[in-house]
Design a protein around this ligand. Structure first.
Ligand code: SF4
Ligand code: SF4
Length: 375
């Protein structure tokens, strides 16, 4: 325990802002933290479709929960960003581009599914034809202290998506929390930076028994996923069923509130807004998160392309699980379960895909009996 406290102190001493889990307003959220004392000691959560609540644990686990409402998306792809501002300057106008703040971050407690989500967002913002400078500046030099999940959430399905629960890449250090006495952490080194940092705090070589215990914890998490999703041929399944009656069924329940896209760690849509003051002397352009569930999102001159909730839900789900694969070579879903938990009416994408798949698996209706027997 004191080793983790020292690790966080060393990161802070190097000038990194610690961003980690903490309890706030009835949820475990990612926020700026000062040290180990801000972590959600002794808390866990209960999640189901449309339900999230905190619950006390019987121990003092620091990472004894699965995932909260926020992913790390908000840290790199910030919800609101001023792109530029302009001032009237005599007869002309002066433009000032926003300079990205040089802010070195240390992310504390990152789960495997969320590391995969960050990799998905990197493809969009860093590895395409255009690099997003603000995302790149925030992402650069971020230190990742990852955590292997010690329990699965009620809506998680990372095993189905091959994104967890064990952290395998994209980390500097990875912890597994061992809760028997003495409360301690098994640490895995994932980078040179991680090794250098670890060398500055007191640690001991891991005992074979501790390594086995850590393996058992992760294996147990993998076996207790809240959900499963059969991904076999999922792209083709969805492409074949763009007119399936299930889309009408889900549209009758969906509020088009956009919650699922806000909490999703891979969704990347945004819009821009121009604002001006009343004098007309000063104007600003802001980028803010947008969602394919809003009517305006697909607006082109003359109207919205996706005017119905059915078309918007279908767009979202088929993009996540099918067209994303064509676009980026990977699924747009990492199985974190947030869209299920935070949907106010409990719509569950694993259930929706399952219903479409089941309708294909169902035996064809029996042929009408046209034979006539004796009365
Ligand atoms: S679609 Fe849902 S389960 Fe998949 S990554 Fe997004 S929020 Fe998580
Ligand atoms: S699926 Fe749920 S969270 Fe997403 S827009 Fe519809 S009601 Fe909102």
């Amino acid at each position: 325990m004191s080793g983790l406290a020292d690790l966080l102190k060393a990161l802070a001493a190097d000038g990194s802002q610690l961003v980690g889990p903490t309890v706030r307003e009835g949820a475990i959220v990612h926020a700026e933290i000062s040290g180990i004392e801000d972590l959600p000691a002794g808390w866990t959560e209960v999640q189901e479709a449309g339900t999230y609540r905190l619950r006390r644990r019987e121990d003092q686990a620091l990472f004894g929960y699965s995932v909260g409402p926020q992913s790390w998306k908000q840290v790199f792809f910030v919800p609101r960003l001023r792109l530029w501002q302009a001032r009237r300057d005599g007869a002309g106008v002066t433009f000032e581009t926003e300079q990205s703040p040089p802010r070195r971050l240390a992310l504390i407690g990152v789960r495997s599914c969320d590391l995969h989500a960050i990799a998905v967002q990197d493809r969009t913002f860093l590895q395409g034809a255009f690099v997003d400078p603000d995302y790149a500046a925030r992402r650069a030099a971020a230190f990742v202290l990852a955590v292997n999940c010690g329990q699965a959430g009620g809506t998680c399905f990372c095993v189905s998506m091959a994104t967890g629960p064990r952290v395998t890449q994209w980390f500097d250090l990875a912890l597994t929390e061992l809760l028997d006495e003495p409360h301690r952490f098994l640490v895995e080194v994932g980078s040179e930076r991680g090794a250098t940092l670890l060398a500055r705090v007191a640690s001991a070589p891991a005992a074979a028994a501790d390594r086995e215990a850590a393996d058992r914890i992760v294996a147990h998490t993998a076996q207790s996923m809240g959900r499963t999703l059969d991904t076999g041929g999922i792209k083709e399944l969805l492409y074949r069923n763009l007119e399936h009656p299930r889309w009408d069924d889900v549209a009758a329940r969906c509020l088009a509130c956009a919650n699922c896209t806000m909490v999703c760690p891979t969704c990347f849509c945004s819009t821009v807004e121009d604002v001006t003051d009343l004098t007309g002397e000063h104007a600003e352009r802001w980028r803010r998160w947008d969602s394919c569930f809003t009517l305006e999102h697909s607006y082109i001159h003359g109207g919205s392309v996706r005017a119905t909730t059915k078309s918007r839900y279908r767009q979202w789900l088929t993009h996540k699980l099918a067209t994303w694969i064509d676009q980026f070579g990977t699924s747009g879903c990492v199985g974190c379960g947030r869209c299920i938990t935070w949907c106010p009416v409990g719509i569950d994408l694993t259930e929706e895909v399952g219903a479409i798949r089941a309708s294909h698996a169902a035996p064809p209706p029996a042929a009408e009996d046209t034979t006539h027997g004796d009365a």
